[in-house]
Write a protein that binds this ligand. Sequence first.
Ligand code: GLA
Length: 733
Amino acid sequence: MSIVYNEKKKTFSLHTARTTYQLKIGNLNYVKHLYYGATIHDEDLIYLIRRYDRGFSGNPYDSLKERTFSLDAQPQEFTTQQQGDFRINSIEVQNGDGSFSFDGRYVSHKICKGPFTLKGLPTPFAREEDTVDTLELTIEDAVTKVRVTLLYTVFEEADIIMRAARVHNGGAKTIALKRIMSMNMDFMNGRDLDLISLPGRYGQERQVERQSLTHHVHKIRSGRGISSHQQNPFIALAERNAGEDYGSCYGFALMYSGSFLAEAELDQYDQARLVMGINDRLFSWDVAPGEDFDTPAVLMTYTHKGLTRMSQNYHNFFRTNMNRSKFVRDVRRPVLINTWEAAFFSFDDVKLVEIARAAKDMGVEMIVMDDGWFGKRDDDNSGLGDWYVNEKKIRCGLTELVRQINDMDMKFGIWFEPEMVSEDSNLFRAHPDWVMEIPGRHAVRSRNQLVLDVGRKEVQDYLIQSVNRILDSANIYYVKWDINRAITDLWSNVLPAERQGEVFHRYVLGLYRVMDGIIKTHPDVMFEGCAGGGGRFDPAMLTYFVQYWSSDNTRPLDNLKLHYGSSFLYPVCSMGAHVSEASPMVPLETKAAIAMCGTFGYELDATKLSREQIETCAEMSRLYHKYYDLNFFGDYYRLSNPFEQVNLVAWETVAKDRKEALVTVITVNLTMNGPQEYIKCKGLAPDTLYHLEGGGSDLVVSGMALMHAGIPVPREIPEFTAFLYHLKALEDQ
Ligand code: GLA
């Protein structure tokens, strides 16, 4: 059992393979957080918590004259509201009598096998071979009878602890949740912590920022209704001296695809507190007597072995416990070509067949018909919502088009943007009340489209039926599911005035229901997510999509940063990356080497390529398959930081058994007559001899030498040259 309850000490120790998390039912039945870090046995760590009379930090009434007990200075598992703790809090509830108060004390707990699940929200699953246990610990406000059950699932081997909170209204009056976080994490001394986040923008998602915690509230959030290009629902807290290979790092990844919030505060006593959950902006949720409210889950990991190990913990877990699709591991994902950058809206069935025929020689195995095939859709001003084939463009019909493509021994993929509607569409004309628009106002336009109120059941049912109808009408192998605007004008025509604060979250719950009804009912179809690039690339989405289009930015050098940033949380096998015509000065081989740090494909007009380019692509597609297992399932190492002034950008994937590795090096700034550069490998077996091939080298070198002395990278070469160094353990040759 990975969860140990010591009845005498009232401590709960949650053990993963290499970490321990400890909490305790403390004074006055407040639940204290004692520890999260490297493994410690089940001793009571309460000695860590000292008490002093802290001025202006109030004492709970029943601590009587005990002035040293203030919640303002105690580490807690979940906060109270208005009980003398003035830091950021995990719950704000307005009770039936109008008061804002919550004083949660321990009432019960339960330890059980397997992971917790949440109503309407995605969570990871346990495989047969996993040791997975759950602690459910309930705190209650004695006056209002509002209960919060703190949920903890320990995925032992993965070093992952999942948290969430469930609110239950046990009182007689409806309460309004104004803020309800999934987790709270306190550090008694957070002075030396840095916060790492993944900010960005359209075309430049998931860049990396690292800042020291200072004495204010750091807010990482999306208020756009989607997890967003601008921030990702992930943060890490790392010791100031932690780097890739050493130092304490905590990761927190929220499984939520809507507006989210992570707040970190360094307080007056240098205590640090982190909360994470649904964004409380524009949020309010009524919970009637007897009802529950579930928050989304947070996946936490800890390591004292640096940022690389933190990322690898997530990569491993995402590859095994998040998505049951056969395309995660059992079935290889094909090399695809997408028509978007090749043709935008101007294509027809004949053009698609031509592209497919030309692409076949590039080693392409699947053509994806992007935006423009449905309704009246000749540009982005009309047609969204009308999910039936435009017979002016696809004259032969979809079933026949797919047959022609399949006859070439190619697979067929298709694009949808289900959550949106154009005003110039039959759907909008039939159901103008299905969009989000506040009565008496004009809704904000973005890409000239409106957002459907996906929280409504009839909208969900329409989407499930209309998308499934297309999927079942032809031999469709792949779907790209897009969303191309942020959400504004929160309003639902089916909710009363006082419940409009629920619209954002109802949208997300509705979306998950729609995805369940489409994605989970089509296990043989491979689904890729997209949101104007990577605007909703988040952990919850990866329970549905095996891969996510990283960015509309296909410029290879920008992708070096994008992949680097994404890799803090997401594995290579989840990052959509294509070779395109962008950046003509970068050689095709280099573009392909960069796209191989992702799911690989092409985004160009194959009919316009020269014979030589076609042959280069064929070789690149072959390499994608050759290195598929290494890239998709190996341990990933960032070998350089493209945000720094570096001459080379490099990364490495190492097979789990360390018998094979691939080191990719891109020369980004080769000064004339400059220094000899070396790339030091990581994660190899020191005493193993490796056959090193690539970059003009054909050598036998020990893992030790490759890791400590490195590989010399040739100089005096064309700019933006890519080197793929393949390492194979000698005994396996
Ligand atoms: C978004 C996607 C693109 C493409 C277009 C189509 O921008 O990110 O890849 O599918 O929509 O409109």
